[in-house]
Ligand binder design. Structure first.
Ligand code: SF4
Length: 447
């Protein structure tokens, strides 16, 4: 269905301008619907015809597909091509592949490592989202053993991958109800795999040699009543993958082409360590739904998880820590006092550098709406008066004997005013760069 304009949508609305939807007129509400910034359910007087027509038009251009027994992993629902147009909604899921030809004991150890893997970054705990289990042996019993074992150990949705559709059907039944993914249906085996996915509550990967054939296949599957699909493009180079990912997403968002409006699945090759990371970053930055690493490699995971966090963190909602006075190490009343903003990245970098120096200190973190030092200073959120007010409200003077406050080098200009606001305190200008904190601390200790 083509994307409807505000004018076309307005024809289906009651045109009474009653304002109950929160818009002043039906036309204004129609414009919001066209921009996908409102929900038809907000109009209590929408007719059944309007619901039938506009409900389909209001569907997100990229269909949400859920994974996991509790459906907690969601992909799709994206509405914009560029993040700055609004925001990206669901981040790329990262998965790790295991093969049924690997040695059983080593496999068990790898699965346990995957289950236990955690990465802490700016206060968030990141884990591996899914595990792909690849049938290389062609042996169904061996594959089913591994599938069962993998789910028992990792307790996360699996990606069942086999060229043999009969083996996939058996594996789908073996882990029925786990909200996993079958990879992948072609025009030849689609009927069989749709049935297996549907009966066992899994999503289905769909693949074809080109976008035209893929469109035909997803349309045919949807017409049969199954719509829990994930697209797997058959590409032969990084450039082609970049291009096809972008074309498919553009067709879904700009042309409202429902047959390509699904999350995607990409298995990365193990050809070269760096190439694998580059291909993974391509998926993360270019609309990838699920990105499967060829094997467990923590260094690749760190690179991809960090990259993913950068792309999928909404800049309009910076990650922040609670404003407070934090103890870094085991500070006492005489320990030095640093001050910084409550932007998570800044907080964790500064506290990490202090910790690395071996020094214990107090870290004063006033409310700065999650902005970095210079941004919050420019916005008037990290001023001499706001820092002094926070220190007084938190009764820092009752907790520490030290009367020396170390401020970030980038806001040296507030030092005089801050001393005026905090009688009895000496304000010391610290380094501009966090990397210089350790040498700065050495100088304090030597003084
Ligand atoms: S609630 Fe419905 S009828 Fe009333 S103004 Fe909004 S769109 Fe129009």
């Amino acid at each position: 269905m083509k994307k409807l304009t505000g004018l076309q949508i307005q024809k289906y609305l009651p045109k009474t301008n009653c304002k109950e939807c929160g818009s002043n007129t039906c036309m204004a509400f129609a414009m919001k619907l066209a921009a996908k910034k409102a929900d038809l359910a907000d109009c209590p007087y929408a007719s059944d015809e309007a619901k039938a027509v506009l409900g389909a038009a209001a569907e997100p251009p990229v269909r949400p597909v859920t994974f996991g027994a509790d459906k907690s992993l969601v992909l799709g629902e994206e509405t914009v091509f560029y993040r700055h147009e609004k925001t990206y909604v669901h981040q790329t899921a990262l998965a790790v592949n295991v093969n049924d030809t690997d040695e059983p004991q080593a496999l068990e150890k790898t699965l346990q490592t995957i289950a236990d893997y955690k990465m802490e970054r700016v206060g968030e705990t990141l884990v591996i989202d899914m595990v792909a289990v690849t049938n290389k042996s062609g042996d169904s019993r061996r594959y089913l053993n591994l599938v069962n074992k993998a789910y028992d150990i990792v307790k996360r949705p699996l990606i069942l991958r086999s060229d043999d559709s009969k083996i996939l059907v058996e594996a789908a039944a073996a882990i029925s109800g786990t909200g996993s993914l079958l990879a992948s249906a072609t025009s030849k085996n689609a009927d069989e795999l749709v049935k297996a996915a549907s009966e066992n509550g899994h999503a289905l990967g769909v693949t074809a040699p080109n976008l035209n054939e893929l469109t035909t296949l997803t349309t045919a599957i949807k017409e049969k009543g199954f719509n829990n699909l994930v697209l797997q493009f058959q590409t032969h180079s990084l450039a082609e993958q970049f291009q096809i990912n972008s074309m498919a997403r553009k067709a879904a968002l700009k042309d409202n082409l429902k047959s390509l409006g699904y999350p995607t699945l990409k298995f990365l090759d193990a050809s070269d360590y760096s190439d694998t990371i580059v291909a993974g970053v391509n998926e993360i930055t270019k609309f990838g739904g699920i990105c499967v690493l060829p094997e467990f490699d923590p260094s690749q995971l760190v690179a991809l998880m960090t990259s993913r966090m950068n792309i999928y963190t909404d800049p309009q909602k910076p990650i922040q820590v609670e404003p407070d006075i934090y103890a870094v190490g085991e500070p006492g009343p005489e320990s030095p006092v640093f001050v910084t903003t409550n932007f998570s990245l800044t907080y964790f970098i500064i506290s990490g550098e202090i910790e690395n120096s071996g020094l214990s200190a107090w870290l004063v973190v006033p409310e700065c709406e999650g902005m970095s030092v210079l941004t919050s200073w420019a916005a008037g959120k990290f001023s001499a008066s706001s820092i002094a007010k926070f220190i007084q409200e938190k009764d820092l003077e009752g907790k520490v004997d030290s009367r020396q406050l170390i401020i970030p080098g980038y806001v040296s200009q507030i030092s005089g005013e801050l001393e005026d606001c905090l009688p009895g305190w000496k304000v010391v200008v610290g380094p501009q760069e966090s990397a210089d904190i350790e040498s700065f601390i050495s100088k304090i200790l030597a003084a």
